[in-house]
Design a protein around this ligand. Sequence first.
Ligand SMILES: CCCCCCCC/C=C\CCCCCCCC(=O)N[C@@H](CO)[C@H](O)/C=C/CCCCCCCCCCCCC
Ligand code: CA
Ligand code: ZN
Length: 270
Amino acid sequence: MSESLWSDFMPLSSQVDWCENNYVILPIVAEFWNTVSNSIFFIIPPILMYLFQQYARQIGKSVYVVWTLLIIVGAGSMYFHSTLSLVGQLIDEIAILWVCLAALATWLPSKYLPEFYKYDRRRFHASVALAAFFATLMALVKPEMNHGLLFLFGIPAIGLLVVELRKCTCPHVIHVGIMSSIWWFVAVCCWVADRFLCHLLHFPYLHSAWHILVCLASYMACVCYAYFYASYEVPEQFPRLRFWPHDRHTWFGIPYVSLMVASVKSCKSF
Ligand SMILES: CCCCCCCC/C=C\CCCCCCCC(=O)N[C@@H](CO)[C@H](O)/C=C/CCCCCCCCCCCCC
Ligand SMILES: [Ca+2]
Ligand SMILES: [Zn+2]
């Protein structure tokens, strides 16, 4: 390993530094609150792994790839904020790139794909894997551009959500989709304010709030995509949204997709 590569592991070697003051709470952690706020990525995705077991069995195991990558996003972000190293920044960004592409490959309904991919989804998965490989190489070239480019995933993500929610008649899916969009909007405001208005606001916790809100927005959007995908691809399994720990908890429960036997009506009210 060359000397310059070693230096990319050094604390504070990233050009990015967030509003929270460095090394204030613990002498070995650069940004304490920005580090610990990523803990939410170790709580929600494992619960989703548990709740999506039936979905994985009946529709596809790639749902586990998305939840695992979300945990890796949290771990990468923790490492980045605890060191503010360039390597930490790249791990954080590349993990986000991969989870977005994995979500796209897993849940983009076939009706949106060109004919070439429609009848063999493995071709689509292979193309996304190839795109992930080249995008990862490009991410190493100009790391300072990565944040901005990653936000572009928000456009198809919101686009798909809006298009499908307008057609959707299930009130639970509409509720989760709207909450996801609200959290996403507030999260982006927090990210922008922390990045560009730090000297005006002097409020160092906005990036921590972003971590929590973007995790909520992304997992809720993913649950909606999982529902839309199942509704298109396996309507005979009557997908419906349920909430953990109880279906009564539509506000604070964790939504997931459950598949039913053909005799039960889809989206039945609780
Ligand atoms: C058909 C759908 C395609 C897109 C699916 C998107 C699924 C998104 C899944 C997970 C994204 C998680 C992102 C978490 C980032 C946490 C790490 C972090 O905070 N990193 C920052 C530094 O610590 C870094 O500055 C962040 C950079 C920008 C990230 C932009 C992510 C865009 C993700 C799009 C999410 C869409 C949610 C839509 C809600 C309606
Ligand atoms: Ca800082
Ligand atoms: Zn962060």
